[in-house]
Design a protein around this ligand. Sequence first.
Ligand SMILES: C[S@@+](CC[C@H](N)C(=O)[O-])C[C@H]1O[C@@H](n2cnc3c(N)ncnc32)[C@H](O)[C@@H]1O
Length: 237
Amino acid sequence: MEKLKGLDLEGKKILDAGTGGCNMTKYLEDWGAEIVSIDVREDWQKDCKDMTKHSEFITGDLTDMGFIKAGMFDYVVCNFVVSALSQNKGLLISSALREFYRVLKEAGMLVIIDYYPFESESCPGPCDNIQVELWRLENTVSEMLGKGHLEEYPPAILEKELKAIGFSESESSILLQEVPWPIDLFKEHEETIKEDIDRIEEDYLRDALLKKLDDIMKKARGSVIRSGSIYELRAKK
Ligand SMILES: C[S@@+](CC[C@H](N)C(=O)[O-])C[C@H]1O[C@@H](n2cnc3c(N)ncnc32)[C@H](O)[C@@H]1O
């Protein structure tokens, strides 16, 4: 998956929005960019400091970056972060998009890389039922516990919102048509979902949800799954 293709990143000032596992911060540093990497979770950033040489790490909320002056960055890069914003329940993603606009220089560029929603109507690639069932179960259990969950947006909807905020032009393209879902990825999700199901108090609900999870995992074990697609959206201030 070749991200940020054709962009001149060397020496540029870049906000890596949502440090996470540090993949993007490291990737950008290797391109010779000057990076400020922001995440709400400080614990993730400890490892990132060891993995990089001169990037700056800030623990903070992307929806309220009062600690960053306006017009600071040539690029804002969101690598699998827009879908993660809704994990903080009640958060409106437009407040983050507005902040990205504010911290960009004039003619600076916002780049969003993320999944299309996992449903046939908005995803240009295949949507495998087994993977979709797991994704729905994970979101349902989060809802039952009153937590937020991942929320994928069609790029066309984001482009509308970005235009309303003031971005002058935007375009999106398919970065990866089919995403492989090896069994280990299913198992990672299984663990998270199990932990959440265990927190549900009603026995009958817990049993029913565990059975559903078990059924999905049985089907996943014998299958080769490539499901969902990934887009890259570029919007110019
Ligand atoms: C999937 S990870 C990002 C992966 C990372 N960009 C990479 O390339 O490896 C999503 C990250 O977004 C962060 N995040 C979610 N909401 C946030 C917010 N409001 N402010 C800052 N970070 C946020 C999460 O803590 C998480 O680390």
